[in-house]
Design a protein around this ligand. Sequence first.
Ligand code: LMR
Length: 334
Amino acid sequence: MRALIGFLVAALLAAAPLSAAAADPIVIRFSHVVAQDAPKGRAAEHFAQLVAERSGGLVRVEVYPNSRLYGDRDEMAALQAGHVEMLAPSLSKIKVLRRTEFEVFDLPYLFPDVAAVHRVTQGPIGRELLDGMAEHGVIGLAFWDNGFKQMSADRLLRRPQDVEGLVMRIQPSRVLEAQMKALGARPLTIDFSEVYTSLRTGVVNGTENPPSNFYTQNMHLAQSHLTLTDHGWLGYAVLANRKFWEGLPPALRTVLEQAMREATAYANEAALEDNRAAIEAVKASGRTRVIELTPEEKLAWRLALAPVHEEAQGRIPRALVERIYEASGYSPPQ
Ligand code: LMR
């Protein structure tokens, strides 16, 4: 495959007149909201490096991390308008395209492990979900992992009822609203770029995220407890502006598609590594107490959150939920 791509690029370079070969490269602005050293940040940089190497300089990917260019509130509109060419938003945020089915990924304890996630995201269901975005002027290129979400707060959360009465930051998702309400908390949607400040100033008592986001956003400096609930999944859809993507020379699109396949494998490996390392780093910081749950304690969280599946029924197509239940091996807690 790589030989073919090399041939395609060489042919493209040969076909381009010298002046064009020296012309400005095609620029892809890739905007995201996490730290450069978070899994998604690392994967975006890796994709940029692969594209630079494989396109012979015909394409340059400029990565804008940490909401520097666009944030939660405006990134999707910027993509659809062509102000940026690529994003990788959390699946909890895709609904800004008026597509509510991605909220299925927010259902608590939907996936028993990462392999179950991949049976969905890397199988026919994932492909259908990505293809469905074309009508919104967006090309779905891939799913990238982050990891299982953990609960954090300014107090000990060992039992589900410990969350009662707290104000908990969430992403803009009706399922996540229902999740926090099922625990007796008040959900508050806040942009990712404002989470640390909101925790530090007490606007919210706690939140949820994979350890890699918790650590790279310094949340351990503002949260006294992190409980390893593994209660939800945080993943991403890598998106491109459709008009831009379909306007690329086919040979370059092939180069980018191969680079994306390799960057996806890199992203998923980095996510596993970074989430494991982040838990150790949080422990070593001495600022946050990391709570490991017994199987019985984790079952209590599963039972407390099971009603969220019923609550979401009206909003997520039932056939999709059933297909994902079957692919993921989900079964309601007993
Ligand atoms: C969040 O807002 O918590 C996440 O979507 C951030 C991210 O993109 O990982």
